[in-house]
Design a protein around this ligand. Structure first.
Ligand code: CA
Ligand code: CA
Length: 76
């Protein structure tokens, strides 16, 4: 059980990091709406606002991972 949890945690972290790296075009560690729409042109401001759970106007790696899980970052 312990190793399964560890494996899942690594999977989530790895996926989130790789995803954020693709999205974060300027490499400042956060994803703006412009950066998000550069990769996902179908993403609306509503989708972005929903993904931005702490309402600071940008997405961090955790928010990107959550948004990916909930399907907000669906491929076109
Ligand atoms: Ca950025
Ligand atoms: Ca945020």
């Amino acid at each position: 059980m312990k190793s399964l949890k560890f494996t899942l945690a690594v999977l989530v972290l790895t996926t989130g990091a790789a995803f954020a790296q693709d999205l974060d075009a300027d490499g400042d560690g956060s994803v703006t709406y412009e950066e998000a729409t550069a990769l996902y042109s179908g993403m609306t401001e509503e989708d972005f606002a929903e993904a931005d759970t702490n309402d600071d106007g940008v997405l961090d790696a955790d928010e990107v991972a959550l948004a990916e899980e909930s399907g907000l970052f669906a491929a076109d």
